[in-house]
Design a protein around this ligand. Structure first.
Ligand code: JFZ
Length: 434
């Protein structure tokens, strides 16, 4: 009990220096954490990130002993109940000679993704970085012998992309005391605190001290983590990298922002900061049989839809065991980047739609001071918007500034559109407002 009180006192002490009380509208008191407001600024601007799930699971790629294993590619050890001794042998084959950190980061940049989150250790327990805590890592256990996280962090710094880590802090199917592996280890004999002290905490510390400034630590599946352990993870981040964000899956609502379920986009605006982790096909880790690639129209709609509701889109790629990002992912990301090159002003740093519920309308609206960006996915000859309290002073196409005629009444705004859509997928009309 004393330990918990000490930790809580620590957290409040670190928060207390940054908290001030602002009287919000309507008189209720709103506590603003200035440190968090400073930390999260880049996240609200970035809007679009690259998720990368890469590990030993890319070798079987969904197939084990000649059989296709159902479910997510990175879950193959769990779904096929592969014994630790057998699964660990994969490390001897892992030699991604085609891996090129600069190519991956340049793809993220050309896609318009402003941050990159990569699996440092997924649930299988294998460290994709040079860990001193264990030899079960890419430098010590594979013929590859390099640290791809070091190379990626340097490439991200070079190209101005925020480098971030995913770390599975509760599930670890390699460690006898962590959550998840009940086929090699007897759950009744597990001592989670031992895993936490021996592996999780020291590895989180390694990630926070060996790879330069991080944009965020992306924890996953908190399961039944104790409040104390979740708090320790947050405190570790705060003490070592005060500007590094913690995502919502650290546990006990202690993250800096809310993490939605995988591929789960809310129906309407969500007032807090939030992110949707999402796949381009159906799996995170590479799976040779998963070719259910979402059309780029859907991906661009999802990006605009999410931003119009106040969130970020963290879109995943699952590289192969050779270190190649599958071509269908590359094609789609480059197409998103081409769209963003023209229409990015409607996305980066943009605010939530004032028209609610958002899903009621076929278009989406994002905002900036003095501007409404209305993105149309089906072109028509007129765009009709519900009542806008401010005076609309101008309407134009974002792509080239072409002025558009409009009529505003207290009930609605009607904009006349040109006969052909400026973009085959999504076209943006800008309304300038007083
Ligand atoms: C987790 C992982 O198990 C999975 O392998 C992948 O890394 C994904 C990004 O995260 O899967 C989840 C976790 C939480 C939810 C759904 C899938 N959820 O809260 O709905």
């Amino acid at each position: 009990m004393k330990r918990r009180e000490t930790i809580k006192a620590l957290v409040w002490a670190s928060l207390a220096t940054t908290v001030n009380v602002q009287r919000a509208r309507g008189g209720e008191q709103k506590v603003v954490d200035e440190a968090r407001e400073r930390r999260i600024k880049w996240f609200r601007e970035a809007k679009f990130g690259m998720f990368i799930h890469w590990g030993l699971y890319a070798i079987p790629a969904g197939i084990w002993k000649g059989k296709e294993i159902p479910g997510l590619g990175e879950w193959i050890m769990f779904r096929a109940r592969i014994p630790v001794k057998e699964y660990a042998q994969l490390a001897k084959q892992f030699n991604p000679t085609k891996f090129n950190a600069d190519e991956w980061v340049q793809l993220a940049k050309e896609a318009g993704q402003r941050y990159l989150v990569i699996t440092a250790k997924h649930h299988d327990g294998f460290a994709m970085y040079d860990s001193k805590v264990t030899d079960y890592d890419i430098v010590d256990a594979t013929p590859f012998g390099r640290d791809p996280m070091k190379e990626l962090s340097e490439a991200c710094r070079k190209h101005g992309i925020r480098f971030c880590f995913y770390y599975s802090h509760v599930q670890d199917w390699h460690h006898p005391d962590a959550v998840g592996n009940d086929w090699d280890y007897d759950p009744s004999q597990k001592n989670f605190a031992r895993y936490w002290e021996e592996k999780a905490k020291p590895q989180i510390r390694e990630l926070l001290t060996q790879y330069g400034p991080l944009g965020l630590m992306w924890f996953d599946t908190p399961r039944n983590i104790s409040y104390e352990h979740a708090l320790e993870a947050v405190q570790l981040v705060r003490s070592l990298q005060p500007d590094c964000l913690v995502n919502g899956r650290v546990g006990h609502n202690l993250g800096d922002y809310r993490e939605m379920g995988d591929n789960r986009i809310p129906e309407d605006v969500v007032e807090e900061d939030w992110e949707v982790p999402a796949t381009i096909n159906d799996t995170w880790g590479y799976k040779v049989t998963d070719n259910n690639w979402k059309p780029v129209e859907r991906l661009i709609f999802n990006l605009v839809d999410i931003v119009s509701k106040g969130g970020n889109y963290l879109l995943n790629v699952g590289p192969t065991a050779e270190g190649i990002i599958p071509e269908p992912s590359v094609e789609r990301l480059l197409a998103m980047g081409r769209w963003l090159k023209v229409n990015g002003e409607a996305i980066y740093g943009a605010g939530r739609s004032p028209f609610r519920p958002v899903n009621k309308y076929p278009w989406r609206c994002t905002t900036k001071p003095g501007k409404l960006f209305v993105t149309l996915f089906q072109w028509t000859d007129t765009l009709e918007l519900p009542s806008i309290p401010q005076q609309v002073t101008r309407a134009h196409l974002l792509v080239d500034g072409t002025s558009l005629k409009f009529n505003q009444t207290p009930e609605k705004v009607v904009v006349r559109l040109p006969s052909s859509a400026p973009d085959p997928i999504a076209s943006v009309v800008v309304l300038e407002i007083e």
